[in-house]
Structures are given as structure tokens and as C-alpha cells.
Design a protein around this ligand. Sequence first.
Ligand code: CAA
Length: 253
Amino acid sequence: MKTIKFEVSNNIATITMNRPEALNALNNDFFSDMELLLSNIREDNEIRILVITGEGKAFVAGADIAEMVSMNKAEAEKFSSRGQDVFLGLEKLNMPVIAAVNGYALGGGCELAMACDIRIASSKAKFGQPEVSLGLIPGFGGTQRLPRLVGLGNALNLLLTADQISADEALRIGLVQKVTEPEQLMDEVYKLAERILSKGPHSVSLIKKVAHIGLELDFAKATRLESREFGSLFGNEGTEGMKAFLEKRKPEW
Ligand code: CAA
């Protein structure tokens, strides 16, 4: 693949954006690589957690400005939709996706991190939506995911000013879940992945599904969906987990 390194070990897949000379800026080659990878990951029963990180000093410094500059309106709209579809594909994967944000997560990079389920950041990471400085708006879901994650006031403050914020500030507003020393980032992320891997595999993927789908439904419908999926775990994984608790042993998933 032209833009991505991909490894799988112990049920954990890692995508590393690998165009450090352009701070891993997102171009059409990247989306082609991701489309292929996502369809392979969906078919691979061994993979139960996906980690996404970047090579070099950036996670991703945005959509590729050099590629976008010559686009016309229709091409730009198509590029935006393509990015949105790939990021939705991540959100809909039946496994947790963890962003290990190693450095700059700007524009499309912040949007990619937000399409992941959990964000762990190096203390060197920087977050922001600088599109407004380019006379643009975010095109990969940023106007929608940022308000949902940090509230409208915090989101508009970032979107309208293009300010870059530190990892600690991102933690304060709820954009990331944890900040680590740069050299501990991947250890922390893999430790988190291992903890999730030890839980009931079906409950893990159902929690992700119900939480994401429920956000798009009204409360009554969302809680009905929760009941349905709660019930689906009885007679199999849930029953085993409860029996294991009562019998004071480890569950056999
Ligand atoms: N697109 C294309 N190339 C990029 C890029 C981007 N988003 N960001 C960085 N690069 C390239 C630079 O042009 C430079 O290339 P050359 O060596 O060939 O000149 C190389 O990466 C290194 O970058 P800098 O020299 O600028 O590195 P720096 O450390 O001085 O600055 C930075 C780092 C503050 C992140 C700066 O690169 C920067 O501001 N980048 C652009 C950030 C941005 O505006 N992102 C939003 C893009 S629009 C978007 O994402 C829209 C959308 O939602 C669809």
C-alpha cells in the first residue's frame, strides 16, 4: 500500500499512516488504501481491535492541500463524500477503533481521530480544525462530530478560530480520553486494547453498535434497541459470563 503500513498481532490490527514527508496528509491514494483495508478487516475474524496512528511528527496534518487546490466544486464534493464514507466505515466496524494520536491532528486528521471510538494522545499532540484559515470548512465530518463530542460552544470555538490546542486542553474539553508521555503512547494504547480484548467479544461489539446507532435515534427507540441486544446475549456469551462470576472462575468466551 502506498500510504499505510498495516500489521496484525494478537487480535489487534494497527494502521500507521505512512507519508511522513507530507505529515500524513490525506489524499485519494490514502482513501483507496483505507477502502481496501476496511473491506479486508471486515472479513477477518481474527481482528478484534483496530489501532490507528501516524508515522513521524504528525498523526495527520489534514486533507492534502496540494491535491485539493486544483479540484473543482464537483471533485471537491466527491472527495469530501469519499472521506466521509471511509470514516463512517470506521465508525461502523464491529470492533473498537482506538486513535493513538502521536502528533498533529489537524483538519482531516482531527476528523479521523474523531471517527475512532477512543482517542489516546501523546503530550506532544496538537488538535485543531484549521480549515477556516484556508477559506474552507471541514469536509470529513468535523462540523458534525466535533459538536457531538465536545459540545457546540467548544466546537464552534475551535472551528471558527482555527486555533491549535494542546493534548491537555483536548483532554479538558473531552476530545481525548487520556494523555501520555510520547514514548509511552503505544504501550498505553496496546494495554487498553488488551483490557478490552479480555471482555466478552460480543458485548464489546454490541456496546459500540448500540452507542453509535442510539445517538441517531430518539431515546425511546434507542433504549428499545438496547433491550433487544441485551437479550441477544442470554443463552450464550452473557450466560457464560454470569455463570463464571457465580462459579468464581474466568469466563470462557
Ligand atoms: N496537505 C499537504 N501537505 C501538507 C499538509 C497538508 N495538509 N500539511 C503539511 N504538509 C506538508 C508541507 O507542505 C511540507 O511539505 P514540503 O516539505 O514539501 O514543503 C511538509 O508537509 C512539512 O510541513 P511543514 O514544513 O509545514 O511542517 P511544520 O512543522 O513547519 O508545520 C503544520 C506543521 C503546522 C502542521 C503545518 O504543516 C500546517 O499548518 N499544515 C496544514 C494544516 C492544515 O491546514 N490542515 C487542514 C487541511 S484542509 C482539511 O483537512 C479539509 C478537510 O477536512 C477535508
